[in-house]
Design a protein around this ligand. Sequence first.
Ligand code: TYR
Length: 447
Amino acid sequence: MEREQWASKLGFILAAVGSAVGLGNIWRFSYLAGDSGGAAFLIIYVACILLIGLPVLMAEFSVGRKGQSDAIQSYHNSGAGGFWSLGGFLGVLSAFLILSFYGVIAGWIVYFLYSYLTGAAQSVEEGGVGDFFGGFISGTAGPIFWQFLFMAIVIAIVFFGIKKGIEIANKIFMPLLALILVLLAIYSLTLDGAGEAMNFLFAPDWSAFGNFDVYAAAVGQAFFTLSLGMGAMITYASYLGKEEKLSSAAGTIVTFDTLFAIIAGIVIFPIVFTFGIDPSAGPGLIFVSLPEVFNLMGGAGTFVAILFFFLVAVAALTSAISLLEVNVAFLMRKLKWNRKTATLVAGIVVTLFGVPSALSQGGPVTFTIFDNSFLDAIDLLTAEYTLLLGGMITSLFVGWRWKKIDALRETGFGESIFGILWLWFVRVIAPAWILILLIINFYNDFL
Ligand code: TYR
């Protein structure tokens, strides 16, 4: 059977942006920035995106396009065996783990969408959103119901292979989400807390640069938000024709993804400071802050809230689809299952594995793993370890295992100065940084 290909380079870029832009940019970026000191985190995060994320993204694109198959087989096809295939396996593992809790957070988004549709959320009195949200996530049936609902939609889309739907989501809803974020950012900047928020977000507290936790959080976020280290970008690039240039595509994706995050920060932090919310409130940050402001806007607020939560849910959907697809593509090839069986099995197993995460935010699952709730533990296991390791292996593989000339040809840089620079980034700089961070993370977490 002939493998499918993207109809155009734009189609590929849109799909890759769709995978990259998701809860990571809005939910995860804000809570980490809030928790890790704002501006220092932002600066280190942008540095990680440019110095590690971009070169690794190009390396993943090269492996996928050369390999023309799913994440693991692409490694094989482009010359890997033995140790190197660990990169592919880690990718599948990470995608599985991430999707398990991604569905939970996306469920929270859908719950807010529903609560604005029924009128429950807008009748919460000022300052009461924290309790409203806390009551919801500490329940049992509630968080599971919304997680299941979201995952059912993801599974249905991958099951029926509704490519068209995804294309429309990326073409229409992504730009709409960008638009509404920009409008909300302008609104947020008129709030009383805006000045304090801008200081928090853009004027660094230099002492934070000596805090290794901030580096660990920033590099993990760089991988998470660019969908790196888990085969999604490899898989997407494998549907790309040989003649397309990879470098401009990678640049576009990185630019859009980073802009989404920064604008989300400009929306959220003025609200946080205006309403006296603790910026280090953790994973609930956007849920306890945004509705406060929607509720202040009166009737228009309901409309904006519904639009906002709907669009974020769609962004989460396009990301979740790519996560499930990594697992499905793997099962289809490895166990020779057809798409429908592979989707149902992978989808159901990953959803069930997410249940303890759903119940760990004040609900019945109270045990902790190294002081983290189940949800946080899975999040940290991937962002601090498996994604980084996967990215490091890809980077070393392309840098050292491939012939230099092949690597340079695949990226389209050729022997230009950018090519040589990129090569040394994937050979030495990115892997060395990742190794240092892995050691720091290990030290922090276990010693
Ligand atoms: N990048 C997505 C986000 O920021 C999350 C994601 C991660 C999606 C890995 C896909 C993927 O393969 O929300």
